[in-house]
Design a protein around this ligand. Structure first.
Ligand code: NAD
Length: 295
């Protein structure tokens, strides 16, 4: 039986590990937080006392950690302790440079590695419907795909090391910018006496059409399942959108790409978060844009 070590059993990691258990894998889990270990144990994960013990007997290691520094630090601690040829899958959302560093640590120790960040949030993690965007060698991706399929519904091989992280931050930069554009349009429409429904009916079927309007519409009414109808309870929290926009800005800086709208979106979400709205769905930015605070 394939043994999987799962390191990082937080909001995303725990339900992902639980889906691997349900699929019949032997899953060894480690996290720094006791409550997360208790949840993992209740889900059938075999909890171990440290990351190195989880990795030693594993065929595959999945990490789901907060940021690049955590991933590089865990890789530095555990990769050399794994069996040669072990597959390392990092599904955290991290900066491209750290992702490439993690791949390099794996390669130096004769391991296979894939960066495979996800889209779909905690709801997708629970339902096993995540989308994975992966970077790494083709043979590593081919080996990872059947495991990713147990935690998600789709995985796309985007290219070599770091390509999954690159795709994730580019996609989320589009999302952050388009949500602000959609929210600004509804605010302008309000000032011009246009009903939300009228603007939705036009924009959702015209050239302004985008996910921020058709699925996550920032005003209550037109899309009953959008977070605007439940007082902007996430959904996708503004703090996580800000994290991804900052990663995109870091990558733009280091690669020399011009992303003026991405920079502006990061700035607006940063001000929105500073006012205490980081826990709201990111479509709540519309309330900030209506307000004098946005001036
Ligand atoms: P989280 O904070 O709930 O979980 C991270 C876990 O990592 C925590 O339980 C923490 O204790 C653990 N951890 C940190 N350092 C560790 C170490 N050295 N060893 C073992 N465990 C360690 O975060 P999350 O919401 O599960 O997100 C995880 C990653 O997924 C992040 O990179 C995030 O950006 C990304 N992501 C989150 C969502 C979401 O909706 N929550 C969606 C897409 C992507």
């Amino acid at each position: 039986m394939t043994t999987i070590a799962f390191i990082g059993l937080g909001n995303m990691g725990n339900p992902m590990a639980a889906n691997l258990v349900k699929s019949g894998y032997d899953v060894l889990g480690f996290d720094l937080v006791d409550d997360n270990l208790k949840t993992a144990g209740a889900n059938g994960v075999k909890v171990v006392g440290d990351a190195a013990s989880a990795v030693a007997s594993a065929d595959v290691v999945v990490t789901m950690l907060p940021a690049g520094k955590h991933v590089v630090s865990v890789y530095n601690d555990v990769v050399a302790k794994a069996k040669p040829g072990t597959l390392f899958i990092d599904s955290s959302t991290i900066d491209v440079d750290s992702a490439r560093q993690a791949h390099a640590i794996a390669a130096e120790n004769n391991m296979l590695s894939v960066d495979a960040p996800v889209s779909g949030g905690t709801v997708g993690a629970q339902a096993g419907t995540l989308t994975f965007m992966a970077g790494g060698a083709k043979d590593a991706f081919d080996k990872a795909e059947p495991i990713l399929e147990r935690m998600g519904k789709r995985s796309v091989h985007c290219g070599d090391s770091g390509a999954g992280q690159a795709a994730k931050i580019c996609n989320n930069m589009i999302l952050g910018v388009s949500m602000i554009a959609a929210a600004e349009a509804f605010v302008l429409g309000e000032k011009l006496g246009l009903s939300h429904q009228a603007l939705f009916d036009v924009a959702s079927t015209s050239s302004g059409q985008c996910w921020a309007i058709t699925t996550n519409c920032p005003v209550p009414g037109p899309v009953p399942t959008s977070p605007a109808n439940r007082d902007y309870k996430p959904g996708f929290a503004a703090a996580l959108m800000l994290k991804d926009l900052k990663l995109a800005q870091e990558a733009a800086g280091s690669s020399g790409a011009q992303t003026p709208l991405g920079a502006q979106a990061a700035e607006l979400f940063s001000r929105f978060e500073a006012l205490g709205h980081g826990g709201e769905d990111f479509s709540g930015i519309i309330n900030f844009l209506r307000d004098d605070a946005a001036k």
